[in-house]
Write a protein that binds this ligand. Structure first.
Ligand SMILES: Nc1ncnc2c1ncn2[C@@H]1O[C@H](COP(=O)(O)OP(=O)(O)OP(=O)(O)O)[C@@H](O)[C@H]1O
Ligand SMILES: O=C(O)C1=C[C@@H](O)[C@@H](O)[C@H](O)C1
Ligand SMILES: [Mg+2]
Length: 169
């Protein structure tokens, strides 16, 4: 039996890859809705992402993130989860059922340049783990869940958007 995917597009990739920035533009271009699940988490908890991570810890954040991501109900929407979404097999299975998962791929150097202060941004980083460790840990997970991979390195925002759209045609 073949299962039919939903009509949503879900962007995954490292923090700073442009899931939120490109996601909203993609939604406009496709005449779709836009859902940033980081904002849903903030709305639901009444807290900033970085405060949940620093005050309650990585595991508590990942639990809330999983709950929110695994229960997204959407039609004809572009969904931008946080970069850490790929730690939840349950959430990723849900995303793959409701739509096409697009991995916005960036080289490590570009991610490092974009991110700046990791604590201020709120990144799920274990004690002693460097950004380079995190990149190496996550890349296989982004690759595992991607239906489509778009290499967005060295592209301006508009160019990355065009490249995503070309991949959807
Ligand atoms: N070519 C580019 N494509 C996308 N974003 C870019 C580009 N060049 C610079 N930026 C900047 O990089 C940042 C991307 O951040 P954004 O919040 O969209 O990432 P994200 O993938 O949603 O991260 P997170 O996992 O933290 O939600 C923005 O500040 C954006 O303006
Ligand atoms: O990649 C990450 O570790 C994160 C990215 C953000 O979008 C948020 O989901 C949160 O701050 C964690
Ligand atoms: Mg985002």
């Amino acid at each position: 039996m073949t299962s039919q995917k939903g009509n949503n597009y879900i962007l995954i990739g490292m923090p700073g890859a442009g899931k939120s920035t490109i996601g909203v533009l993609l939604a406009k271009a496709l005449g779709a809705e836009f859902i940033d699940t980081d904002l849903v988490i903030q709305q639901k908890t009444g807290k900033l992402l970085r405060d949940i991570i620093s005050q309650e810890g990585n595991e508590a954040f990942k639990k809330i993130e999983e709950e929110v991501n695994a229960s997204v109900e959407a039609e004809n929407s572009v969904i931008a989860p946080g970069g850490s979404a790929i730690y939840s097999p349950k959430a990723m299975e849900h995303f793959r059922n409701i739509g096409t998962v697009i991995y916005l791929k960036l080289d490590y150097e570009t991610v490092a340049e974009r991110l700046g202060d990791l604590a201020a941004r709120g990144v799920v980083l274990d004690n002693g783990q460097t950004l380079s460790d995190l990149y190496r840990e996550r890349i296989p997970l982004y690759e595992k869940y991607a239906d489509i991979t778009v290499d967005a390195d060295d592209l301006k925002i508009g160019e990355a958007l065009e490249k995503v759209l070309e991949n959807l045609m």
